[in-house]
Write a protein that binds this ligand. Sequence first.
Ligand code: FPP
Length: 288
Amino acid sequence: MLGQTILHRPKKSSGVPDVKASELLKPASRDEARLLDQLDTRRFPQHVAIIMDGNGRWAQRRHLPRVAGHRAGVRSAREVIETCARLRIQALTLYAFSLENWRRPPAEIDFLMRLLREYLRKELPVIHRNNIRLLVIGRPEQLPGEVQRDVERGMRQTAHNTGMRLAVALNYGGRAELVDAFNAILDRVRHNGLSTYRVDEETIADHLYTAGLPDPDLLIRTSGEMRLSNFLLWQIAYAEIHVTETLWPDFTRRQLLEALLDFQKRERRYGGLSVAEAAARGAGRARG
Ligand code: FPP
């Protein structure tokens, strides 16, 4: 039954032992230095997933076209990727283009695709130098051919990197991911004539686009919306959620450090009891 026992964390945190955060990252301001001092490198999330939202509003507030917001959003993405890699976070997933985003005006879609290609062309050497491995999750086969080729090249070039895994969700939908996983499982069952086969959680996780990655333990959403927007529906079952009013182009290293600190202040129970509650029950039993 839920809520009866303390469950151990399903997986250990990324745990960078005995290193101060300020040794991994040089603070660029007093605020950053203060935040870094408060962070415990042994308790960083293993996997940070981000719904980058608010590019359009950022541009609108400046009387700029929406695409200017997307261009500014690339700067934030670059800074967050670099920061997570330096902090030795194992995995970072960025929601860059959803299946629903095809409903936007063609000119905006075209701009987003070109921006992605430009980003890959400029940043791939940096990603590679930093030992980051690039992955794409979603249905990339439905993307324009040139985007598919650039993405494949990026994944091939970084395939042997052993540092942070950077998953870019492209043409991604959480329900579609589950549909694809179930169909892949059914194909295997039919192919191997496994008439008595029963599916379990591990098999489903192994057929998701994210197979091999730890589940996100921190989900960040910018621009204040309280929605999951069809993102990583299976994987975020136990994630802590950090929503900030900051619009994505204004989300810098400082906001990321604040989100990490917020994560470290949460008590993660996985349906069990808090440490204090369990201690009280234990003391009660010892007395009685
Ligand atoms: C949401 O803003 C953002 C997106 C549609 C994703 C695009 C993200 C980038 C361009 C950042 C760069 C990412 C990478 C991986 C290079 P919105 O247009 O929905 O904003 P709004 O809700 O204010 O309209």
